[in-house]
Structures are given as structure tokens and as C-alpha cells.
Ligand binder design. Structure first.
Ligand SMILES: *[C@@H]1O[C@H](CO)[C@@H](O)[C@H](O)[C@H]1NC(C)=O
Ligand SMILES: *[C@@H]1O[C@H](CO)[C@@H](O)[C@H](O)[C@H]1NC(C)=O
Ligand SMILES: *[C@@H]1O[C@H](CO)[C@@H](O)[C@H](O)[C@H]1NC(C)=O
Length: 333
């Protein structure tokens, strides 16, 4: 079980800049959030070494939360040289789609494969763990083919390679239709905090875009059906083949910045995978990772922050002010 280290919410303002007095010639920025907030240990890797040097004491206590679950909470006491500064805002907030807005693989594609298999009475169903393994095979058709090659083809499937190809193609077409229907019927849930953070940004005039190198039709449907038409009209979508190279190439993020007319360095990206993170960092942007079902174990060392989700109060992980703080210099002389 991963332990959760919480920064004491006793820092009451939504974001604080802690500055260590001159001794070490560098000051340290640490960010704390409003409200009981879960910041995983990995979330703090970006500043935890810096944190430990900027706080004189820290104590870990075990608390019992409302649900009676025990959790560790780290209380930091600060140096007297602490200063507060208002945070700036990012020029744009750029969201990946799959895994960030919705957990599309786990809650969408997997379910649609299962529904297709059930409709065709193939006697096959992919559970969460198995699907996680199968995701190592890129492409839905290839995934089904490799699975049947390995576990044996269903009795109802044809026997020749050529017929099997058509069989797989027809399954895949049906699966794609069922996936779109899940979105249109709003049966695919938005991840917690997504709508709230987008609303915060739009309200403050921060540009919002969704940047994905997967299928444009699905991305547009997710934005308009799940976020709703009012938000959708204010969100720019960069998806599909708008760029020649997929993530981890930074092309999609650079295109978004130039189209929106903002500096890459003033953009904050929300990603869920190591590949997406690499694209954002190569574009010179700040990147927050919200881990998703199938990416939780990936390496996010280059992220500016890592959380389990964006979250809604009372389980909010971060807000717009936190995004703004990432843009501020970490070291101030
Ligand atoms: C596959 O998805 C369906 C929903 O379409 C669900 O009812 C079923 O339990 C899933 N199978 C497994 C093994 O998780
Ligand atoms: C499945 O097996 C067939 C031959 O039986 C082979 O041609 C094909 O490449 C295999 N496909 C995958 C994805 O394993
Ligand atoms: C925060 O932590 C609590 C207890 O550890 C857990 O139940 C809850 O799901 C977490 N919330 C988020 C948003 O991760």
C-alpha cells in the first residue's frame, strides 16, 4: 500500500511561497493546497528534497479521517523567513484526453470490447488486469488477434487467416460504434475534478485546450458530450492527425501553444502517461500527472507534480492556483 503524505492544510491560503533566508543562497518554493488534500509522496518528489531543507521541523502523525480510515499526515513547521506571494495564472491549461478527462481504456474501450464479445456470444470477457496486459499490444484489431492467437479462437470464429481478418475487422467496427455510444449516452464518467478545474480556468480567462493524438471523432465527442456544449464551445481541440508525429513528440503541444498564441513556458499540461509527460516536457511546458488506471506504475520523475487525480472537494488534489504556482521560479535569490 502506498502511503499518503499530506501537507497540513493549516497553510490556509491556497498557495504559499516559502522562502528560505539567504544562508544557502537559494530560496525554495513549496506549494500547499487548500482543504484536506492528498498529495502522494511521489507528488512531492519535485520539491521534497527542497522542502525538507526549507522546513525546520516536520512531524508525522496518524490521523483518522471522517471515514474512519487512518492516514499519515506530515506537519511542517516553517522557518521564520517565510513569505507569501500571490500566484500568477497559466496562459493555457492543456489536457490530454484519454486517461485524463476520462479513463477511456478501463471504463470505455474495455467495456466496449466486452459488450461486443457478449453480443456475438464469443464467451470472452476481459477483466481489468487482463486488459492491462493486453494494452501492451497497440491497436484494437491487433489486440484481439493476438489474444485469440494465444488463448485459442472462439468456436464461432472462422478458420482461415483471411476470414479471421474480416471477423476481427467486424468485431472492431462494432466495438468502435459501442464506444461512441457510451460517450453519447454519457455512460463514460469524467474523472473527478476535471469539470471543476476547467471551469476555474475558463472563469479566469485561462485558455483551455484538449491535445490528443488519438482519434479526433472520439476526442470531440468526449469534450462535447461529457463536458457539455457550454464548455465545449470555449475549448480548442487538437486531435488526430493535426500533427505528423504522435506523442512523445512535442508537436501537438507546440501546435496548441502557437495556435492559442501563448508561450509554451506559460502553459500547464495535465497528462496521465509517461509518453504524454515526455511530449509536454519536450515542448518546454509544465506538466502535472494525474495517474490513471493503467499508467499508475509508470516513471513520472520528470513531472512537475504527480497526483492520483485532479479531484473535487473534499478530496481535491489541486486547483488552478497550484497550476499557476508551478510557473513561478523555484529558486529566488
Ligand atoms: C466486461 O464489461 C462488461 C460491461 O460491458 C461487464 O459487465 C463485465 O463484468 C466485464 N467483464 C469483466 C471480466 O470484467
Ligand atoms: C496470429 O496468428 C497468425 C497465424 O496463425 C499470424 O499470421 C498473425 O500474425 C498473428 N497475429 C498476432 C497479432 O499475433
Ligand atoms: C485521499 O485519501 C483518502 C484516505 O487515504 C482516500 O480515501 C481518498 O480516496 C483519497 N482521495 C483522493 C482524491 O485521492
Amino acid at each position: 500500500m502506498a502511503s499518503t503524505t499530506l501537507i497540513s492544510p493549516s497553510f490556509s491560503s491556497s498557495s504559499l511561497l516559502f522562502t528560505k533566508p539567504s544562508s544557502s543562497s537559494s530560496a525554495t518554493t513549496a506549494t500547499a493546497l487548500l482543504s484536506p488534500t492528498n498529495i502522494s509522496v511521489s507528488a512531492l518528489h519535485f520539491h521534497d528534497r527542497k522542502l525538507s531543507s526549507s522546513f525546520t521541523t516536520s512531524t508525522v502523525t496518524t490521523l483518522t479521517n471522517r471515514r474512519g480510515r487512518r492516514r499519515r499526515r506530515t506537519h511542517f513547521s516553517t522557518h521564520q523567513g517565510m513569505t507569501c506571494s500571490a500566484s500568477s495564472l497559466p496562459s493555457a491549461l492543456l489536457f490530454d484526453c484519454d486517461g485524463v478527462l476520462v479513463d477511456t481504456e478501463k471504463d470505455g474501450h474495455r467495456i466496449s470490447f466486452n459488450e461486443t464479445f457478449a453480443e456475438r456470444e464469443l464467451g470472452v470477457s476481459w477483466d481489468v488486469d487482463l486488459y492491462g496486459e493486453l494494452l501492451k499490444i497497440g491497436g484494437g484489431k491487433e489486440r484481439m488477434t493476438a489474444y485469440f492467437n494465444q488463448t485459442g479462437w472462439p468456436e464461432k470464429a472462422p478458420k482461415t487467416d483471411e476470414e479471421r481478418k474480416q471477423f476481427i475487422a467486424s468485431l472492431h467496427k462494432r466495438k468502435t460504434d459501442l464506444f461512441m455510444a457510451l460517450i453519447e449516452k454519457k455512460l463514460l464518467p469524467l474523472r473527478p475534478g476535471v469539470a471543476r478545474l476547467i471551469d476555474e480556468a475558463l472563469e479566469k480567462g485561462v485558455k483551455v485546450a484538449v491535445c490528443s493524438t488519438s482519434n479526433e471523432k472520439a476526442v470531440s465527442a468526449i469534450v462535447s458530450f461529457l463536458l457539455g456544449p457550454k464548455r465545449a464551445e470555449k475549448i480548442t481541440i487538437f486531435a488526430g492527425d493535426v500533427v505528423p508525429r504522435k506523442k512523445p513528440d512535442p508537436a501537438i503541444y507546440l501546435l496548441a501553444a502557437s495556435t492559442l498564441g501563448v508561450e509554451p513556458s506559460s502553459c500547464v499540461v495535465v497528462e496521465d502517461s509517461a509518453i504524454g509527460l515526455a511530449a509536454a516536457k519536450a515542448a518546454g511546458m509544465k506538466c502535472i500527472v494525474t495517474k490513471s488506471g493503467y499508467t499508475a506504475e509508470e516513471d513520472f520523475l520528470s513531472a512537475d507534480a504527480v497526483f492520483d487525480c485532479i479531484g473535487d472537494p473534499p478530496e481535491q488534489c489541486f486547483d488552478l492556483a497550484f497550476c499557476g504556482n508551478l510557473l513561478e521560479k523555484q529558486y529566488v535569490s
